[in-house]
Design a protein around this ligand. Structure first.
Ligand SMILES: *Cc1c(COP(=O)(O)O)cnc(C)c1O
Length: 397
């Protein structure tokens, strides 16, 4: 038989987490739910209590079930990590990871185009004596100049939320590894299928499994993948102290989502390219921001580091159009939903009221940002819907 290590990503996704022989031959791993776990005797209970990180099951539901452990092991295998930790949402995976490495008097560097709730959390850290500095996501190796003796974390998100700057993750990581600064990345957009940051030296990889991993807009889940045992133990300790735990149902759905994620992403990506090109052809659109496009500022780094793209991108509509006419256009869409979140099967189109950050927004021309989550509908239907909506946009002026 072929050795496991030699399997491609698609085979790995299918094989991972399947333990049919332990479960009466059923293909899927079962959904375990529960809080209390019963021990056979005092000795067994004491043995379990002597494991401060609660790694060895069974213990108590908050510390994980066989289902969540199986998802953690699967995602860790795909990312090339040591182990993973589930949390109740993508945001809590971020906050737990950051809190694990900081204390009063520390300084942390956060990419200026991070997901807005990440930024809101970081802003509040000044209450605890932590200095937060936002850096230009395109900084690359010049991050070195920003690192101080008390810098504990460099937090990346690539591409950035809404404005999609692609970071030079290998260069930043190389410097942080030399300077012993912990690197954390929000890898939600690329998913574990298209980019594996641990393989270029990143310490901690976060996913909002709510998005493509679960893939059906039906639950919330976060996961933290750790490069080695030291990093894992540190975050695991904090996850326990903070009371982090994940819904049993959602870890089951995440495990199931891994079986089809690669196939879904392929279609999301193909459809997104078709739609991105349609937007590029429209006179109302100043810019389409999507790393796979040759014209995109992040294209060359994306091409070097990623093996694909997901179906989320932004367009900038000319400031010739008033808010009122854009709202009318959005209200006339029939197939694109107006709603938060992304990575599900359905198309969404939302105005971005606060596209992150300092430089990122300033570097674009004035206009209205719209973020598009390209779903799995027929592209002809999606384009027809956009065409009728855009005709409204033109009429209103
Ligand atoms: C949605 C999102 C999150 C947060 O995920 P939740 O599961 O909704 O908490 C984190 N990072 C990015 C980039 C996201 O888009």
């Amino acid at each position: 038989m072929k050795k496991k290590e030699t399997y491609g990503i698609d085979t790995t996704l299918i094989k991972t987490g399947i333990k049919s022989q332990e479960h009466h031959g059923f293909v899927n791993f079962p959904l375990y739910r529960g809080s209390t776990v019963l021990y056979n005797n005092v000795e067994e209970m004491e043995k379990s209590t002597n494991d401060p990180l609660r790694i060895n099951l069974p213990f108590y539901g908050r510390f994980g079930t066989p289902t969540s452990k199986n998802f953690e092991a699967s995602i860790s295998e795909i990312e090339g990590g040591y182990s993973a930790i589930c949390t109740n949402s993508g945001l809590s995976a971020i906050t737990t990871s950051i809190l694990s490495f900081i204390g009063n008097g520390d300084h942390i560097l956060i990419s200026d185009s991070v997901y807005m709730p990440t930024r809101n959390f970081c802003d509040s850290l000044s209450n605890f004596g932590i200095e937060v500095e936002y850096y230009d996501p395109c900084i690359g190796s010049e991050i070195e100049q920003k690192i101080r003796v008390n810098t504990k974390i460099v937090f990346m998100e690539s591409p950035g939320s809404s404005t999609f700057e692609v970071q030079d993750v290998p260069s930043i990581t190389h410097i942080c590894n030399q300077k012993k600064v912990v690197t954390i990345i929000d890898n939600t957009w690329a998913t574990p299928v298209y980019f594996n940051p641990i393989k270029v030296g990143v310490d901690v990889v976060i996913h909002s499994a709510t998005k493509y991993i679960m893939g059906h807009s039906d639950g919330l889940l976060g996961v933290i993948v750790c490069k080695d045992e030291l990093i894992y133990s540190r975050i695991r300790k904090w996850a326990i102290r903070l009371g982090q735990s994940a819904s049993d149902e959602n870890t089951y759905l995440a495990l199931r989502g891994l079986k089809t994620i690669s196939t879904r992403l392929q279609k999301h990506q193909n459809q997104a390219l078709i739609l991105a090109e349609w937007f590029q052809s429209r006179k109302e659109v100043i810019e389409v921001i999507y790393p796979p496009l040759k014209e995109d500022k992040g294209h060359s780094i994306w091409k070097r580091d990623f093996t694909g793209a997901s179906g989320l991108f932004s367009v900038l509509i000319s400031d010739e159009y008033s808010k009122k006419s854009i709202d009318q256009m959005l209200n006339s869409l029939k197939l694109f939903g107006l709603g938060h979140g992304w990575g599900g099967f359905e198309s969404l189109l939302v105005p971005i009221s606060h596209p992150s950050t300092y430089r990122s927004f300033g570097q674009f021309n004035k206009g209205t940002f719209l973020r598009i989550n390209v779903g799995l509908e027929d592209t002809e239907d999606l384009i027809a819907d956009l065409e009728q909506a855009f005709s409204k946009l033109n009429n209103i002026k």
